[in-house]
Write a protein that binds this ligand. Structure first.
Ligand code: ZN
Length: 196
């Protein structure tokens, strides 16, 4: 069995979905990758700045609120001041923090980087994301292999595409890694799957 890896490459920091007061509806707020720090004598606040994609209104996601400046490591504080890219990404994908702020994680544009599958030899496919992704595994496989919904479901029903564990491939989300087994298909099955 041949191992193939697909890595999800994100093209931007994920936005959040929230109600925009100015727009009067739920909109997508784009992550600026910039921090805002408010340091008063006793307390420190740190936010990650977002902007409404529709009207440019700013919304700040709370990271720290009213903490003692000494309780944050100098290195971390410096990274906030320098708008460290990796640090911004870490907060922008932190589901717990996003939920705590009462907003939802939005949809991020991505590319699937990895070899194609020709169905001639069995494959152990590892689909990986650098952070817990909400993307549906079925959608990723269908997109990359150019499969219609019905051909994909038929391959699953026949057991020719399956998870390496008891996962529901029609519904499950990627998170950080999913392993999928794809059997070799005979010509008629390939023709059917790809609707040739
Ligand atoms: Zn707006």
């Amino acid at each position: 069995m041949k191992r193939i890896d697909w890595n999800i490459q994100y093209l931007s920091l994920p936005p959040v979905i929230k109600h925009c007061k100015k727009c009067g509806k739920k909109t997508e707020f784009i992550c600026s990758g910039m921090f805002r720090i408010n340091a008063q004598r006793k307390y420190l606040d740190v936010w990650l700045i977002y902007k409404c994609s529709n009207c440019n209104s700013t919304w700040n996601m709370t990271i720290y609120t009213r903490v003692k400046p000494k309780s944050i490591e100098p290195k971390l504080l410096e990274a906030f001041h320098n708008n460290d890219k990796e640090l911004a990404e870490r907060y922008a994908v932190n589901l717990e923090l996003i939920r705590k702020n009462g907003v939802e994680l939005g949809y991020t544009k991505y590319k699937i980087i990895g070899e194609d599958i020709n169905f001639r030899i069995p494959v152990e496919l590892h689909i990986k994301s650098t952070y817990p992704s909400q993307l549906k595994v079925a959608a990723l496989i269908r997109e990359k292999l150019n499969l219609s919904q019905s051909s994909f479901e038929s391959l699953i029903t026949k057991g020719l595409i399956r998870g390496d564990t008891e996962i529901n491939l029609k519904k499950c989300r990627l998170r950080t890694e999913v392993i999928v087994i794809i059997d070799s298909l005979d010509w008629s099955e390939v023709a059917f799957a790809l609707a040739l």
